[in-house]
Design a protein around this ligand. Structure first.
Ligand SMILES: C[S@@+](CC[C@H](N)C(=O)[O-])C[C@H]1O[C@@H](n2cnc3c(N)ncnc32)[C@H](O)[C@@H]1O
Length: 245
């Protein structure tokens, strides 16, 4: 039911999201530069962009020489990603919280998942799938809403729980209700470390200077308190599960 609402929201805003993605400050001058800074050299590398949206990250990574596969829950987002990238990438509709059956074991050097994991209640299966499709020592780079920001924003009284939350986005045409899950800090880190990753970098990002030209109010706020968090994990060679199998 919640997933259906998330899908409906993104289907409804896909066109507008795509039109704005180039310069929308939180994406263009906050999330993307910081998340991209965690991605190692991509030339000649196979990258999975999980929840790729309209394929802006894909466009950047392809232009830098990566071979790109992307998926997203929203068929409209996938059509837009295909239109943006032509034959340069392979894109298909898929749900992040179900097994990536069409993707082979150890077939990617890098998995990217930007601003999407807060739509998944239980990360365990998703992170296990990220690990399965990554080559040994491959990199997982994710960006998520910062757990402390969400705790304040949603006026939570239950820090330690994973909570279903919703808010209304007004920046994409008519107001759209967006459902997601907020979680405490340990629920952002332990799913990685317990399912086959070392965490080797963590960013509490600051906006780039260009952000200020588009949105001075949020520029000031984001320099005082983070809204997003970017994490890089490295695939462990073996997990406890495989050692004792
Ligand atoms: C905020 S957008 C980010 C898009 C893209 N990663 C970017 O940063 O430009 C979130 C995306 O996650 C997708 N999404 C939400 N839930 C998903 C799920 N369960 N599986 C796959 N994609 C999902 C939405 O359709 C949307 O395209």
């Amino acid at each position: 039911m919640i997933k259906k609402k998330i899908l409906q929201a993104y289907e409804e805003m896909a066109e507008r999201y795509n039109e704005l993605i180039e310069h929308k400050p939180h994406n263009a001058y906050y999330d993307r530069p910081n998340t991209l800074s965690l991605i190692p050299e991509v030339r000649g590398k196979a990258i999975l962009d999980a929840a790729c949206g309209p394929g802006k990250y894909a466009e950047i990574l392809i232009s830098q020489g990566a071979t790109l596969t992307g998926f997203d829950l929203s068929p409209k987002m996938i059509r837009l990603a295909q239109e943006r990238n032509g034959d340069s990438g392979r894109f298909f509709v898929h749900d992040l919280s179900t097994p990536f059956k069409t993707l082979d074991d150890e077939s990617f050097d890098i998995v990217l998942c930007a601003l999407a994991l807060h739509y998944v209640e239980d990360w365990t299966q998703t992170i296990k799938e990220f690990r399965r499709v990554l080559k040994p020592k491959g990199h997982l780079v994710i960006s998520i809403e910062h757990p402390f920001f969400e705790y304040n924003y949603f006026k939570s009284k239950k820090y330690f729980e994973i909570e279903h939350v919703k808010c209304t986005w007004k920046g994409f045409g008519k107001p759209i209700e967006v459902n997601s899950y907020r979680r405490p800090l340990h629920e952002c880190l332990l799913p990685l470390t317990e399912n086959g990753f070392y965490i080797d970098s963590l960013l509490e990002p600051k906006p780039t200077k260009e952000f200020e030209n588009y949105d001075p109010k949020h520029y000031k706020e984001l320099n005082a308190f983070p809204a997003f968090m970017c994490i890089r994990g490295v695939r462990k060679l073996r997990t406890l599960e495989t050692i004792f199998k």
